[in-house]
Design a protein around this ligand. Structure first.
Ligand code: GLP
Length: 247
């Protein structure tokens, strides 16, 4: 479903500016995009991508850096021009200047058309940890212990996960013209319900998406299991013309 939306938007506008996310949830999306490229000639040659975030202190060659992740899961497997793929540089000597540069770059490309988002167990989008200002811009964030624990398996223990990351701000994300939030699995059910149906709070960055005029949340049955309005959401999906190509 997510991949279908991306493929549809990319076919409609080959110069699409995409905001990309990392994490286990996105691996399936990228696998599907790679397959669409190989089997249906989905063309990435003219698009530009901006990733949400990158760890501070990890070089591109580090297997745990998000640059490595993106090259491995998507960029090296499709016909994208690597020069059109942007991530914050977590190795920059001046991190604040790097954050400003990243924001300016997004502006220079006239903003992000389609922003992909996952959700952390604490409700973060990108690495916007609890209490991230709803109008925050790209900046360095210290990671929460829950986030370190969530990503510990890749690093061989929570103590080895970098403590800080550069992330687009909540305000940066909200400026994207369209947002897609994707969540799968029972371990996301509680936070999805709070993000979608709970009150807007900077304690859960994903609740800020309720302020976005065009955000779609895509979940599997497990991740949807704590939502209270499921019957209504199903009806909308099954009946509204906007979704007919995706049913
Ligand atoms: C990391 C990323 C987030 C992502 C989250 C969820 O923290 N910075 O952008 O949404 O992981 O990851 P997963 O899909 O592995 O649950």
């Amino acid at each position: 479903m997510v991949s279908k939306v991306i493929a549809h938007d990319l076919r409609a506008n080959p110069h699409l500016v995409m905001g990309l996310a990392t994490g286990r949830t996105m691996e399936r999306v990228y696998r599907w995009l790679v397959r669409s490229h190989r089997e249906k000639k989905l063309d990435f040659s003219l698009c530009t991508t901006f990733n949400l975030d990158e760890y501070v202190g990890l070089p591109a060659e580090d297997r745990n850096s998000y640059r490595y992740y993106m090259n491995h899961h998507l960029f090296h497997k499709v016909n994208i021009d690597l020069r059109n793929t942007y991530l914050p540089d977590g190795m920059a000597a001046d991190l604040e200047a790097e954050c400003r540069r990243y924001e300016e770059l997004i502006h220079r490309f006239n903003g992000i058309d389609l922003q992909l988002l996952g959700i952390g167990r604490d409700g973060h989008i990108g690495f916007n940890e609890p209490l991230s200002a709803l109008r925050s811009r790209t900046r360095v964030k210290a990671l929460m212990p829950t986030t370190l624990a969530q990503n510990a398996e890749f690093f061989g223990g929570p103590d080895r996960v970098p403590r800080r990351a550069i992330t687009m701000g909540v305000g940066t994300v909200l400026e994207a013209r369209r947002c897609l939030l994707l969540a799968t699995g029972i371990q996301k059910a509680e936070i999805v319900a709070r993000a979608v149906e709970g009150p807007i709070t900077s304690m859960i960055s994903a609740t800020s998406l309720q302020l976005h005029p065009r955000c779609t949340v895509i979940v599997d049955e497990a991740a949807a299991s704590r939502l209270s309005g499921t019957d209504y959401y199903r009806w909308v999906f099954d009946n509204e013309p906007e979704w007919q190509d995706y049913r």
